[in-house]
Design a protein around this ligand. Structure first.
Ligand SMILES: NC(=O)c1ccc[n+]([C@@H]2O[C@H](COP(=O)([O-])OP(=O)(O)OC[C@H]3O[C@@H](n4cnc5c(N)ncnc54)[C@H](OP(=O)(O)O)[C@@H]3O)[C@@H](O)[C@H]2O)c1
Length: 359
């Protein structure tokens, strides 16, 4: 079977390291170029990533001899060498936007973890199990950019990955509003306990920009592809508080939800158990077999025990019960750098490949 050749921009970062690891032996994708800032360019990957390597497995063999390129200065060198790139960089918003458009205009599709283009109307923001149909706006984006195959497709923020997939199968009951408090891992800030010692024995009650993303991005995910872009949904209303907690990987969410037509507990559990999306129907390589895993035990899901459910690609839930103020409350959980970042982007790329967007 043909393999698509891939570049990873931001390969030395926390999310980039996940890409480098996940792409090792991937059945469809062959990583051939690794890119980062000018600081890393010209060095072999192990030297460029150095002490920052934070994965539990060693650097894959294939990556050891790759010389890191400068994502900005060397972009043209990728033309003809890669079929598409993943992008996860820590740059200013306007610089990230410009970088991603530069690759798209070089006819290199970009599958991005960055927030820069999430609000751009004709850039689809995809959770593959939920809104695969939004890929149709790529045609309008290509028109705007003047490209034949180049485009940008993005993932949503990692925080909402722990509750939007759980609210989505319940939309048929008329979700009116949801209040969410997220307890987010330090890898979400690109950190480890070594590089973020201030989090040990602590909770930091502020993550810049996160609450706005957690409230607004779901409305694009639940929007409609119409004309030249996505028209955002106007409901349900979501209010969010986001806290940084001393956990290495995995974001937990405490969720409260009200409905137009209050379902029974059994109806909610059945909606979760039976929910499947395009990745499950298409049998994509990174798709979890069961998208939502419900735990009956009162003390689950837990980051330490449950983050690797279905290779970190499942969404977990627990403690569903009635609430005094809202109709129900429950706990959601997902792995932030797998399902919430690199894994979710690889799944998105598999969806794009299966639908012919890289041909
Ligand atoms: N961590 C998560 O769970 C998570 C989840 C969802 C989305 N994201 C998003 O993913 C992106 C990356 O996050 P991260 O946690 O991986 O950050 P990170 O660990 O700080 O890594 C940042 C990467 O960006 C590269 N970079 C910085 N400036 C650059 C430039 N001018 N040109 C090219 N590359 C440059 C760095 O290269 P050097 O090593 O050469 O400096 C490094 O590879 C961010 O937009 C973040 O919001 C992260």
């Amino acid at each position: 079977m043909k393999k698509w050749k891939v570049g990873v921009i931001g390969a030395t970062g926390m999310v980039g390291q996940r890409f480098v690891t996940l792409l090792d032996g991937h059945p469809w994708f062959e990583p051939v170029c690794l890119l980062a800032s000018a600081r890393s360019a010209g060095k072999k990957y192990p030297e460029a990533v150095g002490e920052k390597w934070a994965m539990s497995s060693p650097i894959p063999e294939y990556a050891k001899d790759i010389v890191v390129l400068d994502a900005e200065a060397d972009a043209e060198r990728l033309v003809g060498k890669v079929d598409f790139v993943f992008c996860a960089v820590n740059m200013k918003k306007d610089e990230t936007k410009a970088l991603e458009e530069k690759y798209a205009k070089l006819e290199i599709p970009v599958v991005s973890n960055n927030s820069a283009h999430r609000a751009t109307k004709d850039v689809p923001m995809i959770i593959p199990e939920i809104n695969a149909d939004h890929l149709s706006v790529i045609a309008a984006q290509r028109n705007r950019l003047g490209t034949k195959r180049g485009f940008i497709a993005v993932k949503s923020n990692c925080s909402l990955q722990s509750y939007v997939p759980l609210l989505h199968p319940l939309l048929s009951f008329g979700v009116k509003s949801a209040a969410v408090c997220t307890y987010q891992a330090i890898s979400g800030a690109g950190k480890t306990f070594e590089t973020m010692p201030e989090i040990v024995d602590n909770v930091i009650p502020y993550i810049g920009g996160e609450e706005e993303k957690s409230e607004v991005e779901p409305l694009k995910i639940w929007g409609k592809a119409e004309g030249d872009g996505i028209v955002n949904a106007t409901a349900p209303v979501i209010t969010a508080q986001c806290l940084r907690v001393p956990v290495s990987d995995g974001h937990t969410a405490a969720v409260f939800v009200s409905f137009e037509k209050k379902p029974t507990k059994e109806e909610i559990l059945s909606a979760w158990a039976n929910y499947a999306g395009e990745p499950q129907k298409l049998g994509l390589p990174s798709a979890p077999k069961q998208f939502i895993h419900y735990f009956e035990e009162d003390n689950r899901p837990q980051p330490k025990l449950d983050r690797m459910t279905e290779r970190g690609m499942a969404v977990c839930a627990g403690r569903l019960r009635e609430d005094n103020l809202f109709d129900y409350k429950f706990i959601g959980f997902s792995h932030n750098t797998l399902r919430g970042a690199a894994g979710g982007a690889v799944l998105l790329a598999e969806l794009l490949a299966a639908k012919g967007y890289f041909d």
